[in-house]
Design a protein around this ligand. Structure first.
Ligand code: NAP
Length: 289
């Protein structure tokens, strides 16, 4: 944000309900300031999505939106274009307003791929385990099969219908071998067979089994890579276990950071000041914990 808000200031905002604890304003306002851009980022709790989207379309200075729960699927009805990856995943977390034309994208999966790149971890020719079959696992799995060539995926879920839906949709999108199973019965062989473990359940999250890990510590091997999507606490029990076992570990905050980095780039057309955004995110996480 420049020091003066004036007629040229562009607006970006997160919409959802609730948004009070969103970390996005901290990251994006720090990024706009560091880049010297006349943009401001706010948070709006939105109950009437139709009116909100009509408002964005009418306000040409309203350049970008982050979309969060509960609007990530419903917002697709109000857009002019939806990028092919977001269509496959079935939801949108980013809207770009180009003079009243609204385009939807999803940056969670591609942002996660950047987090792996930053950690110098290749996803090609690897066996990858997903523990969890929710929206976040879905976004990352589609980005992986679109951009990489893993040797195989092991998708484990809790609710059979959600597991089946994700596995069927992925099989329609890729010929990469996919094994599916339940977290209750198939975790041990899947961990043993995997090079990369992606933890995509809330287990280990602050206020939700914080001292627990879905992956038994004694099963981790130093050559494995562990990514835990949970970012509160910053270092979950799983990440502590992975570090103790000598694994490369990737924190959930890296996914949160890089999905925002990609949003910044979509809205501004400029490379994001990633280091500034990481510091702002860590500071905001520490304030809120
Ligand atoms: P979601 O759609 O609710 O899916 C959660 C998944 O975890 C589902 O497969 C669910 O199974 C499973 N699950 C929940 N509680 C479980 C338990 N006690 N035991 C076993 N499985 C359980 O959530 P999501 O949006 O995919 O998010 C998943 C996690 O990623 C959350 O912790 C979220 O905070 C985190 N996340 C992080 C980022 C980031 O930027 N780092 C972004 C998005 C999400 P059912 O299908 O049976 O419910």
């Amino acid at each position: 944000m420049t020091s003066t808000i004036n007629t040229q200031t562009r607006l970006c905002a997160v919409i959802g309900d609730p948004v009070a604890h969103s970390l996005s304003p901290a990251m994006h306002n720090a990024a706009f300031a560091a880049a010297g851009l006349n943009y401001v980022y706010l948070a709006f709790a939105v109950h009437n999505l139709a009116e909100c989207m009509a408002g964005m379309r009418a306000l040409q200075g309203f350049r970008g939106m982050s979309v969060t729960i509960p609007h990530k699927v419903a917002v697709m009805d109000y857009l002019d274009h939806i990028d092919p990856l977001a269509r496959k995943v079935g939801c949108v977390n980013t809207v770009i307003n180009a003079e009243g034309t609204l385009t939807g994208a999803i940056t969670d999966g591609l942002g996660t791929l950047r987090a792996f790149e930053n950690a110098a971890v290749s996803l090609d020719d690897k066996e990858i385990l997903f523990a969890g079959t929710g929206g976040a696992a879905r976004a990352v799995a589609f980005a992986i099969v679109e951009q990489h060539r893993p040797r195989g995926l092991h998708i484990l879920g809790r609710t059979p219908s959600r597991l089946e839906q994700l596995v069927n949709d992925l099989r329609a999108a890729t010929d990469i071998p996919i094994q599916s199973g339940t977290l209750a019965t198939d975790l041990t062989p899947a961990i043993a067979a995997s090079d990369i473990i992606i933890q995509a359940t809330p287990i280990g999250m602050h206020g939700h089994a914080e001292t627990e890990s879905i992956i038994p510590a004694d099963m981790l091997r130093p050559e494995q890579v562990v990514f835990d999507m949970v970012y509160r606490p910053m270092k979950t029990q799983l990440i502590k276990d992975a570090e103790a076992a000598g694994c490369v570990s990737i924190l959930g905050l890296e996914m949160l950071l890089h999905q925002a980095v990609l949003q910044f780039e979509l809205w501004t057309g400029q490379k994001a000041p990633e280091t500034v955004m990481r510091h702002a995110l860590i500071e905001a996480l520490q304030e809120h914990s």
